[in-house]
Design a protein around this ligand. Structure first.
Ligand code: ATP
Length: 308
């Protein structure tokens, strides 16, 4: 027997539970709809890759409404050229890389590869031509061989090892307890930042993409590792259209073009010598890095305009 009062209290509790379940569901859907997914157009075709020219035309972009991250950004990377992106932390360098890989769609202007708007082509076909070496490489809980093979699943063991040699990580791998069978990732051997980046380079060598995007690690590497990475990158990037986010200006002296970003706009652009002669933001960043010990160098600090 249940008294009317107990019955009423139970009913009230039940009502509260259902109400809160609905509130939870609502917030879950809000979260899901917040994550804007990039979708292929119904009529999207494959990217017809010819020579690898990249054009940003008046690109505007914000992650959240009202906070513009890129404003009217325009530049061209000619086929096979290397363009470096430099500038203070938060100026939008990595965002440019993410947009070219189409992690997000632009809100104004457009990005073209060989004259085709990348928002109108299939993401899979775009990404088959574009490879990224990110700042932080994710290693899976698997052995190092499979972690490299991830660049091209069909690659043979020999191709995996050749890629590791080219990325200057082969000898390091041979020094691991089980060589290429060594388990890495969260549950296995932990690799250093420089080693992880070389795994990413080996993956990219296997993938052999036509356009390469490099997001240089912010953390300082020792100068020998830095030189090894630069040498292996130079091999991968030769004759490929390359966009590189650089924190150490010494790595991009030879770039065909340097874009200096400031508050989401291109503040200066040109080659290293031209920008130095301009005596503006780039020259100030260069001066500062020359005066800073190698281990502390980063372009991420706000530069001061040099006195004219
Ligand atoms: P760093 O040199 O520190 O890597 P960056 O120049 O590459 O900086 P971005 O990573 O492009 O800068 O970020 C530009 C701005 O966008 C920053 O203000 C950052 O806080 C913001 N931002 C980046 N990613 C997101 C995101 N997923 N959601 C919201 N804001 C973001």
């Amino acid at each position: 027997f249940v008294s009317p009062l107990t019955y009423f209290v139970l009913l009230l509790c039940f009502h509260r539970m259902i109400q809160s379940a609905f509130v939870d569901m609502e917030s879950m859907f809000e979260l899901l709809t917040e994550e804007k997914e990039v979708k292929d157009d119904v009529n999207a075709g494959d990217l017809l890759f010819t020579e690898g020219r990249v054009d940003f035309q008046n690109v505007c972009f914000s992650y959240t409404a009202g906070k513009e991250i890129l404003s009217e950004v325009s530049f061209t990377v000619m086929p096979g050229q290397t363009v470096a992106l430099v500038g203070p932390s938060g100026s939008g360098k990595s965002t440019i890389i993410r947009l070219l890989f189409r992690f997000y769609d632009v809100q104004g202007g457009c990005i073209l590869i060989d004259g085709q708007d990348i928002s109108k082509v299939k993401q899979n076909s775009l990404r088959s031509y574009v490879g990224v070496v990110p700042q932080d490489t994710v290693l899976f809980n698997d052995n190092i061989r499979e972690n490299i093979r991830y660049g091209r699943i069909s690659a043979s063991d020999q191709e995996v090892e050749e890629a590791a040699v080219a990325a200057d990580i082969h000898h390091k791998i041979l020094s691991f307890p089980d060589g290429y069978d060594t388990e890495v990732g969260e549950r296995g051997l932990k690799l250093s930042g420089g080693e992880k980046q070389r795994v990413a380079i080996a993956r990219t060598i296997l993938k052999s993409p036509r356009i390469i995007l490099l997001d240089e690690a912010t953390s300082a590497l020792d100068s020998q590792t830095e030189r090894n990475i630069q040498a292996s990158l130079a091999k991968v990037c030769a004759n490929h259209t390359t966009l590189v986010v650089a924190h150490r200006l010494s790595t991009i002296i030879k770039a065909d073009q340097i874009l200096v970003l400031h508050d989401g706009r291109i503040a200066e652009q040109g080659r290293h010598e031209e920008l130095l002669a301009m005596g503006g933001l780039y020259a100030a960043m260069w001066l500062k890095q020359q005066q800073t010990p190698e281990s502390e160098v980063s372009t991420d600090e706000q530069p001061q305009e040099p006195q004219q």
